[in-house]
Design a protein around this ligand. Structure first.
Ligand code: AQP
Length: 343
């Protein structure tokens, strides 16, 4: 923890979010959602469904609200407890966009132009992308700092955006001579599952937007689909090695080993110790059984929530009220610090 962060005297608070851009997959679950569930027992937690981020690329208005309920259902089914943690849709709390504007005037264009995720998502078409997609990390900083969150559980792909949030917080505090007003949020990335890769290409991260559904395990997949996807997962002709060094140059095998480890609680070396010398004809069915054992109860609970949208909507509305109660006084202070007119 940096010296600056140590001087921040506000309470510890956890914030994170997921985009309603499709069904959540194993990467989202192991990289972030599973951590949400663990953190809620010991921290004040705010978990958002970031629909304002989702619309940085085209979203069909006819399905956006139901996609938002789907993500809420996944949070609840995975074990996020609305009695312990706040769950709400980003668009229901206006403070996100207001603070994002203030931060647009703090962040520098040079900082944003270094963000690799924009480059990856836009490819050669950056001129045709929305301004919102370019500005995505500024909105993300606003999401976190709207609650003065100190800790942010995310997958490894979000590391650079989190660094930008810290830079924005630091520059705001310096520019407006408000030392330690905003905390410098710490990413919580470490741990099994921080970077789950595609089942078809071990060099690419598992992603909702990858066209091939066989590249990922969705939280909505049936037991048969999970088993089939793992059976078809790309591997090589070798067996499971006995040392981590021997996983080098075998990204698909390393990925399956780390997924097994994240499910079972074993270290990667522990998984190798258990399966060294075995072929994939043994390892893949064992991994499929483990995946089904852990994911199927979540899928079943998720289907229950999806069958009762009124209950989910009530949880989201209560969550939005609770989120507004934290955010509004912080925003009022920001307006005061920046010197805006008031009656
Ligand atoms: N492959 C992954 N391994 C570990 N963590 C991951 N996360 C995403 N993919 C992996 C983490 O999941 C959280 C929510 O992600 P998001 O919905 O905000 O969007 P994303 O990071 O852009 O995820 P996707 O699935 O790749 O979506 P698309 O394809 O729409 O861009 C974040 O904490 C993320 O780190």
């Amino acid at each position: 923890m940096s010296n600056q962060q140590k001087q921040y005297s506000g309470p510890d608070r956890v914030f994170s979010g997921m985009q309603p851009t499709g069904d959540l997959h194993l990467g989202n679950y192991l990289g972030a959602l599973k951590k949400f569930v663990d953190l809620q027992h010991h921290h004040e937690c705010v978990f958002c469904i970031v629909d304002l981020h989702a619309v940085t690329v085209w979203q069909d208005p006819k399905i956006l609200a139901s996609q938002t309920r789907n993500i809420a259902a996944a949070y609840l089914a995975a074990g996020v407890d609305p009695a312990k943690a706040i769950i709400y849709p980003q668009s229901a709390v206006r403070g996100h966009t207001e603070l994002a504007w203030y931060f647009n005037c703090v962040a520098r264009i040079g900082w944003l132009s270094r963000m690799t995720q924009f480059k990856e998502k836009s490819g050669k078409n950056s001129e045709k992308m929305s301004v919102g997609l370019y500005d995505y990390p500024v909105l993300q900083a606003a999401d976190i700092l709207l609650f003065k969150a100190t800790h942010v559980p995310v997958g490894e792909d979000q590391k650079q955006h989190l660094e930008l949030s810290r830079d924005i917080a630091q520059k705001f505090n310096n520019d407006f001579k408000a030392p330690n007003f905003f905390p410098l949020p710490e990413p919580l990335i470490k741990g099994p599952g921080a970077r789950i890769m595609s089942l078809r290409d071990g060099t690419k991260k598992m992603s909702k937007s990858e066209p091939s559904d066989n590249s990922r395990i969705n939280l909505t997949d049936t037991a048969d689909m999970i088993a089939k996807k793992i059976r078809k997962a790309k591997t090589d002709a070798g067996a499971i090695p006995d040392s981590l060094e021997e996983l080098e140059g075998r990204p698909e095998v390393a990925n399956l080993v780390s997924i097994y480890g994240a499910f079972s609680g074993l270290s990667d070396q522990g998984v190798l110790d258990k399966y060294a010398g075995q072929g994939f004809g043994v390892f893949k069915p064992a991994l499929a059984d483990l995946a089904v054992e852990i994911l199927q109860p979540i899928t079943e609970r998720m289907n229950d929530y999806l069958a009762n949208p009124d209950e989910t909507d009530k949880i989201l509305a209560n969550g939005a009220d609770a989120a507004n109660q934290i955010a509004e006084p912080i925003l009022a202070e920001v307006r005061e610090i920046m010197g805006f007119w008031r009656k």
